[in-house]
Design a protein around this ligand. Structure first.
Ligand SMILES: *Cc1c(COP(=O)(O)O)cnc(C)c1O
Length: 383
Protein backbone atom coordinates (compact mmCIF):
# COMPACT_ATOMS: atom_id res chain seq x y z
CA UNK A 1 0.00 0.00 0.00
CA UNK A 2 1.13 3.59 -0.68
CA UNK A 3 2.62 5.32 2.32
CA UNK A 4 1.64 8.81 1.11
CA UNK A 5 -1.86 9.93 0.17
CA UNK A 6 -2.33 10.46 -3.59
CA UNK A 7 -4.85 13.28 -4.02
CA UNK A 8 -7.45 13.18 -6.76
CA UNK A 9 -6.02 16.41 -8.15
CA UNK A 10 -3.31 18.96 -7.51
CA UNK A 11 -2.83 22.22 -9.41
CA UNK A 12 0.37 22.29 -11.46
CA UNK A 13 1.82 25.59 -10.23
CA UNK A 14 5.32 26.37 -11.50
CA UNK A 15 7.94 28.94 -10.46
CA UNK A 16 6.98 30.83 -13.62
CA UNK A 17 3.35 31.02 -12.43
CA UNK A 18 4.50 32.30 -9.04
CA UNK A 19 6.70 34.92 -10.70
CA UNK A 20 3.77 36.08 -12.84
CA UNK A 21 1.58 36.54 -9.76
CA UNK A 22 4.43 38.28 -7.92
CA UNK A 23 4.83 40.72 -10.80
CA UNK A 24 1.19 41.75 -10.40
CA UNK A 25 1.60 42.10 -6.63
CA UNK A 26 4.55 44.44 -7.20
CA UNK A 27 2.91 46.37 -10.03
CA UNK A 28 0.56 48.54 -8.02
CA UNK A 29 -2.52 47.26 -9.89
CA UNK A 30 -4.27 44.27 -8.34
CA UNK A 31 -7.80 44.09 -9.69
CA UNK A 32 -8.81 43.64 -13.32
CA UNK A 33 -6.37 45.43 -15.56
CA UNK A 34 -3.72 44.71 -18.20
CA UNK A 35 -3.26 41.01 -17.42
CA UNK A 36 -7.02 40.42 -17.77
CA UNK A 37 -6.79 41.95 -21.24
CA UNK A 38 -3.85 39.75 -22.29
CA UNK A 39 -5.52 36.62 -20.91
CA UNK A 40 -8.77 37.46 -22.71
CA UNK A 41 -7.00 37.96 -26.03
CA UNK A 42 -5.21 34.61 -25.73
CA UNK A 43 -8.35 32.62 -24.87
CA UNK A 44 -10.36 34.36 -27.61
CA UNK A 45 -7.65 33.47 -30.14
CA UNK A 46 -7.62 29.78 -29.18
CA UNK A 47 -11.44 29.68 -29.34
CA UNK A 48 -11.51 31.45 -32.72
CA UNK A 49 -13.85 34.02 -31.15
CA UNK A 50 -13.74 37.79 -31.65
CA UNK A 51 -14.42 38.63 -28.02
CA UNK A 52 -13.69 37.34 -24.53
CA UNK A 53 -14.63 38.62 -21.09
CA UNK A 54 -12.81 37.36 -18.00
CA UNK A 55 -14.97 36.87 -14.92
CA UNK A 56 -14.68 35.57 -11.37
CA UNK A 57 -16.12 32.12 -12.21
CA UNK A 58 -17.90 30.15 -14.90
CA UNK A 59 -20.99 30.24 -12.69
CA UNK A 60 -20.85 34.04 -12.65
CA UNK A 61 -20.48 34.06 -16.45
CA UNK A 62 -23.62 31.93 -16.76
CA UNK A 63 -25.50 34.21 -14.36
CA UNK A 64 -24.70 37.30 -16.44
CA UNK A 65 -25.23 35.54 -19.77
CA UNK A 66 -28.79 34.54 -18.85
CA UNK A 67 -29.51 38.16 -17.95
CA UNK A 68 -27.82 39.46 -21.10
CA UNK A 69 -29.96 37.14 -23.24
CA UNK A 70 -33.08 38.32 -21.41
CA UNK A 71 -33.90 34.82 -20.18
CA UNK A 72 -36.43 34.64 -17.34
CA UNK A 73 -39.80 33.30 -16.22
CA UNK A 74 -41.59 31.25 -18.87
CA UNK A 75 -38.36 30.47 -20.74
CA UNK A 76 -36.70 27.07 -20.97
CA UNK A 77 -32.99 26.25 -21.05
CA UNK A 78 -31.86 22.81 -22.21
CA UNK A 79 -28.94 21.31 -20.29
CA UNK A 80 -27.79 17.85 -19.30
CA UNK A 81 -28.41 16.90 -15.68
CA UNK A 82 -25.01 15.18 -15.71
CA UNK A 83 -23.04 18.37 -15.05
CA UNK A 84 -21.95 20.59 -12.24
CA UNK A 85 -25.13 21.94 -10.59
CA UNK A 86 -24.08 25.56 -10.87
CA UNK A 87 -25.45 25.82 -14.40
CA UNK A 88 -28.89 24.50 -13.38
CA UNK A 89 -28.81 26.73 -10.30
CA UNK A 90 -28.24 29.84 -12.41
CA UNK A 91 -31.10 28.86 -14.74
CA UNK A 92 -33.42 28.50 -11.74
CA UNK A 93 -32.25 31.77 -10.20
CA UNK A 94 -32.94 33.57 -13.49
CA UNK A 95 -36.56 32.45 -13.15
CA UNK A 96 -36.36 30.17 -16.19
CA UNK A 97 -36.97 26.41 -16.22
CA UNK A 98 -34.10 23.95 -16.69
CA UNK A 99 -35.04 21.23 -19.17
CA UNK A 100 -32.75 18.34 -18.30
CA UNK A 101 -31.78 15.98 -21.10
CA UNK A 102 -30.16 12.56 -20.94
CA UNK A 103 -26.62 11.85 -22.12
CA UNK A 104 -24.97 9.02 -24.00
CA UNK A 105 -24.47 6.20 -21.49
CA UNK A 106 -20.84 5.59 -22.44
CA UNK A 107 -19.53 9.12 -23.16
CA UNK A 108 -21.70 11.30 -20.87
CA UNK A 109 -22.07 13.68 -23.82
CA UNK A 110 -25.45 15.15 -24.76
CA UNK A 111 -26.46 14.26 -28.33
CA UNK A 112 -28.16 16.36 -31.03
CA UNK A 113 -31.19 14.09 -31.39
CA UNK A 114 -31.87 14.22 -27.64
CA UNK A 115 -31.70 18.00 -27.72
CA UNK A 116 -33.99 18.15 -30.77
CA UNK A 117 -36.70 16.28 -28.90
CA UNK A 118 -36.50 18.67 -25.93
CA UNK A 119 -36.87 21.88 -27.98
CA UNK A 120 -40.16 23.75 -27.58
CA UNK A 121 -41.27 27.27 -28.61
CA UNK A 122 -40.08 28.38 -25.14
CA UNK A 123 -36.48 27.15 -25.55
CA UNK A 124 -34.19 30.17 -25.25
CA UNK A 125 -30.77 28.60 -24.77
CA UNK A 126 -28.99 25.24 -25.16
CA UNK A 127 -26.01 24.39 -22.94
CA UNK A 128 -24.04 21.33 -24.09
CA UNK A 129 -21.19 20.21 -21.81
CA UNK A 130 -17.88 18.96 -23.20
CA UNK A 131 -17.72 16.34 -20.48
CA UNK A 132 -14.32 15.46 -19.01
CA UNK A 133 -12.68 17.24 -21.96
CA UNK A 134 -14.31 15.32 -24.87
CA UNK A 135 -16.32 17.45 -27.31
CA UNK A 136 -20.03 17.16 -28.05
CA UNK A 137 -21.11 16.85 -31.68
CA UNK A 138 -21.28 20.59 -32.25
CA UNK A 139 -22.26 20.48 -35.95
CA UNK A 140 -25.18 18.25 -35.04
CA UNK A 141 -26.19 20.45 -32.11
CA UNK A 142 -25.94 23.63 -34.21
CA UNK A 143 -28.14 22.02 -36.85
CA UNK A 144 -30.94 21.12 -34.42
CA UNK A 145 -30.63 24.45 -32.54
CA UNK A 146 -31.50 26.58 -35.58
CA UNK A 147 -31.78 30.15 -34.28
CA UNK A 148 -31.67 29.20 -30.62
CA UNK A 149 -28.41 30.39 -29.04
CA UNK A 150 -25.96 27.72 -27.88
CA UNK A 151 -23.44 28.31 -25.11
CA UNK A 152 -20.88 25.56 -24.80
CA UNK A 153 -19.97 24.68 -21.23
CA UNK A 154 -16.23 24.45 -21.82
CA UNK A 155 -15.30 24.21 -18.14
CA UNK A 156 -13.43 20.97 -18.92
CA UNK A 157 -12.33 21.93 -22.38
CA UNK A 158 -9.24 24.13 -22.68
CA UNK A 159 -7.48 22.26 -25.50
CA UNK A 160 -10.54 20.31 -26.68
CA UNK A 161 -10.86 20.26 -30.47
CA UNK A 162 -13.87 19.13 -32.53
CA UNK A 163 -13.17 18.33 -36.20
CA UNK A 164 -9.94 20.31 -35.95
CA UNK A 165 -11.52 23.45 -34.48
CA UNK A 166 -11.20 24.42 -30.84
CA UNK A 167 -14.42 24.37 -28.81
CA UNK A 168 -16.18 27.72 -28.77
CA UNK A 169 -15.64 28.25 -32.51
CA UNK A 170 -18.81 29.76 -33.99
CA UNK A 171 -20.74 29.75 -30.69
CA UNK A 172 -20.64 31.27 -27.25
CA UNK A 173 -18.61 29.31 -24.71
CA UNK A 174 -17.82 29.54 -21.01
CA UNK A 175 -14.54 28.35 -19.49
CA UNK A 176 -13.84 27.71 -15.82
CA UNK A 177 -10.46 28.27 -14.22
CA UNK A 178 -11.46 26.84 -10.85
CA UNK A 179 -8.62 25.20 -8.90
CA UNK A 180 -9.23 21.68 -10.24
CA UNK A 181 -9.52 22.65 -13.93
CA UNK A 182 -6.70 22.00 -16.43
CA UNK A 183 -5.78 25.69 -16.40
CA UNK A 184 -6.51 27.52 -13.16
CA UNK A 185 -6.69 31.01 -11.71
CA UNK A 186 -7.57 29.61 -8.27
CA UNK A 187 -11.07 30.81 -9.12
CA UNK A 188 -11.95 32.35 -12.45
CA UNK A 189 -13.87 31.99 -15.66
CA UNK A 190 -14.22 33.40 -19.15
CA UNK A 191 -16.98 34.03 -21.65
CA UNK A 192 -16.06 33.95 -25.35
CA UNK A 193 -18.23 34.88 -28.32
CA UNK A 194 -18.25 36.41 -31.78
CA UNK A 195 -21.09 38.74 -30.77
CA UNK A 196 -19.59 42.11 -29.79
CA UNK A 197 -22.86 43.42 -28.33
CA UNK A 198 -23.25 40.42 -26.07
CA UNK A 199 -19.61 40.74 -24.96
CA UNK A 200 -20.19 44.43 -24.18
CA UNK A 201 -23.24 43.62 -22.07
CA UNK A 202 -21.38 40.95 -20.15
CA UNK A 203 -18.42 43.27 -19.62
CA UNK A 204 -20.73 45.95 -18.30
CA UNK A 205 -22.76 43.61 -16.09
CA UNK A 206 -19.69 41.98 -14.60
CA UNK A 207 -18.89 45.38 -13.09
CA UNK A 208 -21.96 47.06 -11.59
CA UNK A 209 -23.58 47.77 -14.93
CA UNK A 210 -21.48 50.84 -15.54
CA UNK A 211 -20.00 51.45 -18.93
CA UNK A 212 -16.38 50.96 -17.90
CA UNK A 213 -14.34 49.55 -15.07
CA UNK A 214 -11.85 51.12 -12.68
CA UNK A 215 -8.90 50.31 -14.93
CA UNK A 216 -10.53 52.09 -17.86
CA UNK A 217 -11.23 55.11 -15.69
CA UNK A 218 -7.78 55.42 -14.20
CA UNK A 219 -5.62 54.45 -17.15
CA UNK A 220 -7.53 55.14 -20.29
CA UNK A 221 -8.52 58.71 -19.51
CA UNK A 222 -12.23 58.10 -19.59
CA UNK A 223 -14.70 59.99 -17.47
CA UNK A 224 -14.64 59.09 -13.79
CA UNK A 225 -18.31 60.02 -13.65
CA UNK A 226 -19.35 56.77 -15.31
CA UNK A 227 -22.95 55.88 -14.61
CA UNK A 228 -25.00 52.78 -14.17
CA UNK A 229 -26.63 51.91 -17.48
CA UNK A 230 -28.50 49.02 -15.84
CA UNK A 231 -27.81 47.41 -12.45
CA UNK A 232 -25.02 44.85 -12.66
CA UNK A 233 -23.02 42.38 -10.61
CA UNK A 234 -19.48 42.34 -9.23
CA UNK A 235 -17.94 39.44 -11.11
CA UNK A 236 -14.65 40.87 -12.34
CA UNK A 237 -11.47 38.78 -12.16
CA UNK A 238 -8.49 40.23 -10.30
CA UNK A 239 -5.21 40.58 -12.17
CA UNK A 240 -3.65 38.51 -9.35
CA UNK A 241 -5.83 35.57 -10.45
CA UNK A 242 -5.57 36.39 -14.15
CA UNK A 243 -1.76 36.27 -13.91
CA UNK A 244 -1.86 32.70 -12.62
CA UNK A 245 -4.40 31.67 -15.25
CA UNK A 246 -2.61 33.36 -18.14
CA UNK A 247 0.76 31.93 -17.11
CA UNK A 248 -0.78 28.43 -16.99
CA UNK A 249 -2.72 28.98 -20.20
CA UNK A 250 0.53 29.63 -22.09
CA UNK A 251 1.48 25.98 -21.49
CA UNK A 252 -1.91 24.28 -21.86
CA UNK A 253 -0.45 21.98 -24.53
CA UNK A 254 2.19 20.68 -22.16
CA UNK A 255 -0.36 20.28 -19.35
CA UNK A 256 -2.80 18.38 -21.56
CA UNK A 257 -0.07 16.24 -23.14
CA UNK A 258 0.89 14.86 -19.72
CA UNK A 259 -2.77 14.36 -18.78
CA UNK A 260 -3.25 12.44 -22.03
CA UNK A 261 -0.25 10.18 -21.33
CA UNK A 262 -1.62 9.35 -17.89
CA UNK A 263 -5.12 8.71 -19.27
CA UNK A 264 -3.71 6.31 -21.87
CA UNK A 265 -1.83 4.46 -19.13
CA UNK A 266 -5.05 4.12 -17.13
CA UNK A 267 -6.91 2.81 -20.18
CA UNK A 268 -4.23 0.27 -20.92
CA UNK A 269 -4.08 -1.02 -17.35
CA UNK A 270 -7.83 -0.98 -16.72
CA UNK A 271 -8.43 -3.15 -19.79
CA UNK A 272 -7.69 -6.09 -17.48
CA UNK A 273 -10.23 -4.91 -14.83
CA UNK A 274 -13.67 -5.32 -16.45
CA UNK A 275 -15.60 -4.28 -13.32
CA UNK A 276 -14.14 -0.76 -13.53
CA UNK A 277 -15.23 0.75 -16.85
CA UNK A 278 -13.74 3.98 -18.23
CA UNK A 279 -15.83 6.29 -20.41
CA UNK A 280 -15.77 5.68 -24.15
CA UNK A 281 -14.58 8.15 -26.77
CA UNK A 282 -17.24 9.93 -28.83
CA UNK A 283 -17.75 8.16 -32.17
CA UNK A 284 -18.29 9.54 -35.64
CA UNK A 285 -16.05 12.60 -35.60
CA UNK A 286 -12.48 13.62 -35.24
CA UNK A 287 -11.53 15.21 -31.90
CA UNK A 288 -8.77 16.00 -29.41
CA UNK A 289 -9.52 15.22 -25.76
CA UNK A 290 -8.37 17.64 -23.02
CA UNK A 291 -8.43 14.88 -20.41
CA UNK A 292 -9.73 17.06 -17.61
CA UNK A 293 -11.05 13.97 -15.79
CA UNK A 294 -10.49 10.25 -15.93
CA UNK A 295 -13.94 8.92 -15.10
CA UNK A 296 -14.70 5.26 -14.49
CA UNK A 297 -17.91 3.42 -13.64
CA UNK A 298 -17.87 0.95 -10.74
CA UNK A 299 -20.00 -1.62 -12.52
CA UNK A 300 -20.32 -4.71 -10.35
CA UNK A 301 -22.91 -5.96 -7.85
CA UNK A 302 -19.99 -6.84 -5.58
CA UNK A 303 -19.26 -3.28 -4.45
CA UNK A 304 -21.06 0.02 -4.76
CA UNK A 305 -19.37 3.23 -5.83
CA UNK A 306 -19.42 4.94 -2.43
CA UNK A 307 -17.83 1.95 -0.71
CA UNK A 308 -15.29 1.71 -3.54
CA UNK A 309 -14.29 5.37 -3.00
CA UNK A 310 -14.06 4.89 0.78
CA UNK A 311 -11.96 1.73 0.40
CA UNK A 312 -9.61 3.45 -2.05
CA UNK A 313 -9.16 6.23 0.48
CA UNK A 314 -8.13 3.60 3.05
CA UNK A 315 -5.51 2.58 0.48
CA UNK A 316 -4.32 6.23 0.38
CA UNK A 317 -5.87 6.93 -3.03
CA UNK A 318 -8.10 10.00 -3.40
CA UNK A 319 -10.99 10.08 -5.87
CA UNK A 320 -13.62 12.57 -7.01
CA UNK A 321 -17.28 12.38 -8.03
CA UNK A 322 -18.11 14.28 -11.23
CA UNK A 323 -21.02 14.50 -10.95
CA UNK A 324 -24.07 13.55 -8.95
CA UNK A 325 -26.82 14.33 -11.43
CA UNK A 326 -28.63 17.63 -10.86
CA UNK A 327 -32.27 16.58 -11.27
CA UNK A 328 -32.31 14.19 -8.31
CA UNK A 329 -30.77 16.58 -5.79
CA UNK A 330 -33.04 17.69 -2.96
CA UNK A 331 -34.16 21.05 -4.34
CA UNK A 332 -34.76 19.73 -7.85
CA UNK A 333 -36.72 16.69 -6.64
CA UNK A 334 -38.87 18.78 -4.33
CA UNK A 335 -39.33 21.83 -6.52
CA UNK A 336 -39.79 20.18 -9.92
CA UNK A 337 -41.00 16.76 -8.75
CA UNK A 338 -38.29 14.78 -10.55
CA UNK A 339 -38.22 11.09 -9.73
CA UNK A 340 -35.80 8.32 -10.50
CA UNK A 341 -36.18 6.83 -13.95
CA UNK A 342 -36.64 9.98 -16.02
CA UNK A 343 -33.04 10.11 -17.31
CA UNK A 344 -31.84 6.50 -17.27
CA UNK A 345 -28.34 6.94 -18.71
CA UNK A 346 -27.64 9.91 -16.45
CA UNK A 347 -28.88 8.06 -13.36
CA UNK A 348 -26.98 4.86 -14.22
CA UNK A 349 -23.78 6.91 -14.32
CA UNK A 350 -24.63 9.15 -11.39
CA UNK A 351 -24.75 6.03 -9.22
CA UNK A 352 -21.51 4.51 -10.55
CA UNK A 353 -19.04 7.18 -11.65
CA UNK A 354 -15.85 8.04 -9.88
CA UNK A 355 -12.91 10.16 -11.05
CA UNK A 356 -9.45 8.65 -10.57
CA UNK A 357 -6.42 10.81 -9.71
CA UNK A 358 -5.27 12.78 -12.76
CA UNK A 359 -2.97 15.80 -12.66
CA UNK A 360 0.15 16.77 -14.62
CA UNK A 361 2.67 16.22 -11.82
CA UNK A 362 1.55 12.60 -11.31
CA UNK A 363 4.13 9.92 -12.00
CA UNK A 364 3.54 6.80 -14.08
CA UNK A 365 4.18 4.86 -10.87
CA UNK A 366 1.24 6.71 -9.25
CA UNK A 367 -1.02 5.18 -11.91
CA UNK A 368 0.41 1.77 -10.99
CA UNK A 369 -0.43 2.49 -7.35
CA UNK A 370 -4.02 3.39 -8.24
CA UNK A 371 -4.47 0.20 -10.27
CA UNK A 372 -2.90 -1.88 -7.52
CA UNK A 373 -5.23 -0.31 -4.92
CA UNK A 374 -8.26 -0.91 -7.16
CA UNK A 375 -7.32 -4.59 -7.47
CA UNK A 376 -6.87 -4.84 -3.70
CA UNK A 377 -10.29 -3.24 -3.08
CA UNK A 378 -12.00 -5.53 -5.61
CA UNK A 379 -10.30 -8.60 -4.17
CA UNK A 380 -11.64 -7.68 -0.73
CA UNK A 381 -15.19 -7.04 -1.99
CA UNK A 382 -18.06 -9.54 -1.58
CA UNK A 383 -19.08 -12.18 -4.09
C1 LIG B 1 -16.38 23.64 -12.78
C2 LIG B 1 -17.58 23.59 -13.62
C3 LIG B 1 -18.45 24.68 -13.75
C4 LIG B 1 -18.38 25.89 -12.86
O1 LIG B 1 -17.18 26.54 -12.87
P1 LIG B 1 -16.85 27.64 -11.75
O2 LIG B 1 -15.72 28.42 -12.37
O3 LIG B 1 -16.45 26.89 -10.54
O4 LIG B 1 -18.05 28.46 -11.53
C5 LIG B 1 -19.48 24.60 -14.67
N1 LIG B 1 -19.67 23.50 -15.41
C6 LIG B 1 -18.89 22.42 -15.30
C7 LIG B 1 -19.16 21.24 -16.16
C8 LIG B 1 -17.83 22.41 -14.38
O5 LIG B 1 -17.08 21.33 -14.24
Amino acid sequence: MRSEFLPFTKPAVTEEDIAAVNAVLRSGWLTNGPVNAEFEAAVAALSNCKGAVAVASATGAMHILLQALGIGPGDEVITPSMTWVSIANMIVLSGATPVFVDVNKETLLVEPETIRKAITPRTKLIVPVHFAGAPCDMDGIRAVAGNIPVVEDAAHAVGTFYKGRHVGTGNHAIYSFHAIKNVTCGEGGMFVSDDPELCDKIRRWKFHGIGMDAFDRQNRGRSPQAEVLSPGFKYNLTDICAALGYSQFKRWQKINARRTELAMLYREKLAAVPEIRPLADPAGYDFTHAWHLFVVRVDTPRIDRNTFMAKLKEQNIGTGLHFRCAHLQKFYREHFGFQEGVLPNTEYNSDRICSLPLFPDMLDSDVDDVICAIKTVLAGAGK
